[in-house]
Design a binder for this molecule. Structure first.
Ligand SMILES: C[S@@+](CC[C@H](N)C(=O)[O-])C[C@H]1O[C@@H](n2cnc3c(N)ncnc32)[C@H](O)[C@@H]1O
Length: 305
């Protein structure tokens, strides 16, 4: 018998896992992320962090390395990349090698001390366990002899929100432990991801948030749990905030991604570009504002730090 996090963990990060062997991000890949939509994402995020005094930055789960590249191009920040996928580590080496020669970029094998940490669509790539509230109690989805079924359960460990009959909740396995590790290495953590506040889950996503991406087609629910697919879910920002507060952090900023980019000066950065760049980058900027509707940003800062 295996729970969903064990199955998804294997499908994503096992020896034949999606992130181990098959991942492809971008137009010709399975899904695309903000850094693949436009370099203006990285320029804006980089300048925001630099204005806040950041000189060294660890990017966690940087994928193919485009966000790191754009931060390096737009600022004087030194970037360290902590990446789990061997295939993506190689892609980062190829893209960022020139900055390594200048001493401004290097991969790291474990979370190290730095002024700030940056995570774009990383926590949603942790495998979730799935819980269902039915007949007045919690059950967990497990796989037995190749079939999904329910077994009685104490319910999600970290969910404190409302429950109602039929509610299905996907709980990010390992989020809390991982977050504590990085919060102890820095004073600032900037997180971009799709997710909700605790009380939003039963109304906005009563049937859970599992999704799979393959060649830009979306698979929902348990259909997403299959090989060679980017399997993802929405994270619980209230839980992130609780853990951060326990570690001595406060929430300096929490809003939707497009709003953040506009407030952080993306339009001014765009206006300062040469005309030929403007023409090239305008469609991507539009995509950043209009397409990533479910994405939010949370900026955690150590109190008194
Ligand atoms: C959805 S991809 C996003 C990639 C990139 N940040 C982007 O926006 O294009 C998720 C990334 O998180 C990485 N990842 C997942 N779990 C990780 C962990 N525990 N430590 C470091 N990286 C991790 C994956 O290997 C992958 O690079």
């Amino acid at each position: 018998m295996r729970n969903l996090a064990e199955i998804i963990g294997d499908l994503l990060y096992g020896p034949d896992g999606y992130y181990t062997k098959y991942v492809r991000i971008g137009k010709r890949g399975d899904f695309f992320t903000a850094p693949h939509a436009s370099p203006l994402f990285g320029y804006t995020v980089g300048r925001f962090l630099e204005r806040d005094g950041v000189k060294t930055l660890v990017e966690v789960g940087g994928g193919e390395g485009y966000l790191a590249l754009d931060v390096l191009r737009a600022t004087g920040i030194t970037v360290l990349s902590y990446e789990r996928s061997p295939k993506l580590r190689e892609a980062q080496e190829r893209l960022l090698g020139d900055y390594a020669l200048e001493g401004r970029w290097r991969p790291v094998e474990e979370p190290v001390e730095a002024d700030a940490y940056l995570l774009n669509e990383v926590l949603d790539a942790f495998p979730p366990r799935r819980y269902v509230f039915r007949e007045g109690r919690w059950w967990e989805v497990v796989e037995r002899e190749g079939e999904f079924g329910l077994v009685p359960s104490d319910g999600p460990r970290h969910y404190r929100g409302p429950v109602r009959e039929g509610f299905t909740y996907d709980e990010t396995e390992g989020l809390e432990d991982f977050l504590r590790v990085i919060l102890r290495k820095t004073d600032r953590v900037l997180i971009f991801d799709y997710g909700y506040d605790e009380e939003e889950f039963p109304t906005i996503a009563p049937s859970g948030t599992l999704q799979g991406y393959r060649e830009h087609r979306v698979l929902y629910d348990l259909e997403a749990v299959r090989p060679r697919t980017d399997i993802t879910h929405f994270i619980n920002f209230s839980h992130v905030e609780r853990v951060a507060k326990e570690e001595g952090f406060g929430v300096a900023l929490y809003m939707d991604q497009a709003n953040f980019l506009l407030k952080a000066g993306m339009l001014d950065i765009f206006a300062s570009l040469p005309d030929e760049d403007k023409e090239r980058l305008a469609p991507g900027m539009k995509t950043l504002i209009l397409l990533f509707r479910n994405h939010r940003v949370m900026y955690l800062k150590r109190r008194g730090g």
